[in-house]
Design a protein around this ligand. Sequence first.
Ligand code: CA
Length: 376
Amino acid sequence: MNRRKFLATASTASAAFALNGCNEGKHVAIDYSKHPKQTAALKHVNINKNKKTTLKLATSWPAHFPIMGTGVEKFAQRVKDISGGSLEIKIYPKNVLVPALAVFDATSSGEIDAFHSGPYYWKGKNSAFSLFSGIPFGFTAEEINSWMLYGGGLELWREKYAHYNLYPFLGGNTNIQMGGWFRKPIESLADMQGLKMRIPGLGGEVFSKMGVNPILLPAGEIYTSLERGVIDATEWVGPALDIKMGFYKVAPYYYSGWHEPGSILELTFNKHSWSKLGFEQQAMIEVATSEMNANMTYEFHHENIHVLSKLQELNVKLLQFPEDVTNAGKQGLIEVIEEFSKKNRDFAEVYSSIKNHLKLSKNWSDASLRYFLNAR
Ligand code: CA
């Protein structure tokens, strides 16, 4: 079933629930003849509150981790509420049931039913997976949601994940991320040479082309490494989460960024666990993930705007990369895309879909949003 048909099916079903609940006594006619497949599906709608389904969902985040972790907790609560308690999604924070970065394999094998994480973590399984998070100089949060939901992105993602017995949903968006915290200011591209920076994913690949030495570190070791000069810089997310890491105390030069302009998070099911759910349970999850995906993006925005002003009070120097650094980043991206496309047909295929949608998005965003932001 393609995305559009699925959405049509899900939204008609949701509308049917709402109408049944709110219009008692009124006759509501729905013309099923136009949607023959939905007639069959709706016959199975039967919320049985006595029969309880419990699913295990592991995350890559610590318990109650702000926005990402709490967003998933709200999602699980919403599913429970909508289902009248008949569908419970039990959340297991990182390392409780499985280690943070083992959630993909644990869901793929069926050890757990679902996970919440980010597709860029699975670059080692298939480099194309990192593209589902977004690319440097790529989509904003709004643009990537548009590509995913209407531009074929989600269909491609589901097709590629099916080889791992997985069924992904959009699980939130960090919104635009900052370029990172530096111990010393960057005055030109020369200052990037040999710089040791914690930066994962495609961003790390691009920074590596610029002469940076990208380093991967567990979250708990970043601050100490930065403080002791083991690394010279780190990116993390944005003001909302960065302030909690304390980076401003040891690396006060905070740069705007282009390496993660709207990173997608994922809520991914084991395909078998997903298909075992009733049609109405699937529809509830579809609706609740959609809410989580939107709200997490807005919550990041809300937290970022308030924390940014706090950081400025703490004497953080808010800066932008010099032009030669940004230009080297753009050139680096071209090289990275070429190399990965040559090595992996999936990467080339997914990138081609991104490229088409991005070209059109840029035209539209330049004509509308860029003009407006400059004018505001
Ligand atoms: Ca990041």
